[in-house]
Design a protein around this ligand. Structure first.
Ligand code: NI
Length: 187
């Protein structure tokens, strides 16, 4: 009888890692919404941004990076714990997700310093997340909140831009567009 070997991680392609992380994220965020659609659409958009970035300037580990992108909001927005994630994903992936998780009351600069101290891929993923989020602000946001988000985005670019020329260029363009479309005084 033919021996059945379990697939070792080295046999797995990028899309195998993608699908595993996507299933996990979809289940974790079940019921949550992003712009009125299932939340998982947000993490798919971030993962696409990361894969496009990797084609322009190869990341250090795209298989890990794509999983981190898909899972990046699991610890922040769902009851799932780091230990539970470690049963399904390698420590480097869980660590990346942890770095991207903003702890309660944590100042933004501390949060971004933590990301900056991690692998450059994590900085790239954070910028990709912000690229995706720089869309039309929710209707209930006032001009103060919009300005705050704009300034936060500039800080992200300043602190993490070193990690990728291509992605920082994309983020810079999105920040400029945000300013032009949503912050110009209408007088
Ligand atoms: Ni996000």
């Amino acid at each position: 009888m033919e021996e059945k070997k379990s697939q070792s991680p080295s046999n797995l392609e990028l899309q195998d890692f993608y699908n595993k992380a996507l299933f996990y994220a979809a289940a974790a965020h079940d019921g949550q919404l992003y712009a009125g659609l299932p939340y998982v659409i947000h993490v798919c958009m971030v993962a696409a941004e990361v894969m496009a970035a990797d084609k322009k300037e190869p990341l250090s580990n795209i298989k890990d990076a794509v999983q981190i992108a898909l899972l990046h909001d699991v610890l922040e927005d769902t009851p799932i714990t780091e230990n539970e994630m470690l049963q399904n994903f390698v420590p480097a992936v869980v660590h990346g997700v942890d770095l991207l998780t903003k702890k309660e009351g944590q100042p933004l600069e501390d949060y971004l310093s933590g990301i900056k101290a991690g692998s450059s891929d994590v900085s790239v993923i954070k910028m990709c997340d912000r690229i995706i989020n720089l869309q039309k602000p929710p209707a209930h946001w006032g001009s103060e909140k919009i300005l705050e988000y704009y300034e936060e985005s500039i800080l992200i670019l300043e602190m993490l831009g070193w990690s990728s020329e291509y992605v920082s260029g994309r983020l810079k363009g999105k920040i400029e567009l945000y300013e032009e479309m949503f912050m110009r005084k209408q007088d």
